[in-house]
Design a protein around this ligand. Structure first.
Ligand code: FES
Length: 113
């Protein structure tokens, strides 16, 4: 597995971007739960953000693509508004072990290290 960050690195109800060998991963915290998606908008297949670690809308409720304003639900990555409405961000399988957030690359099992 690939270490992404510590839980304390993610501001509550906000997001950070983490560069990995599998591209940039957006890691979010919402009410104590952690979610992760590839930094790739389903509209044009480009980065969601213009500025580092700026992924949320002004209210901090939705993930917002800076390019054309698509809004995505934090919990499942579904686009609820914008040019790719009905499509979803690509979820990344993660595990929280102790205080560390790990990414499980696609194709590996829970037992893989
Ligand atoms: S590239 Fe994300 S909404 Fe257009």
């Amino acid at each position: 597995m690939i270490r992404l960050c510590e839980l304390g690195d993610i501001p509550d109800n906000d997001a950070i971007g983490i560069n990995t060998e599998h591209g940039e991963i957006v890691v979010l915290s919402r009410d104590g739960a952690v979610h992760a998606y590839r930094n790739n908008c389903p509209h044009l297949g480009i980065d969601l953000n213009f500025q580092p670690d700026v992924f949320m809308d002004l209210d901090g409720h939705y993930i917002q693509c800076a390019n054309h304003g698509a809004l995505f639900q934090v919990e499942d990555g579904l686009c609820v508004h914008g040019p790719c409405q009905g499509q979803s961000l690509q979820a990344v399988a993660i595990e929280v072990i102790g205080s560390t957030v790990w990414m499980r690359p696609a194709g590996t099992t829970t037992d893989s290290q």
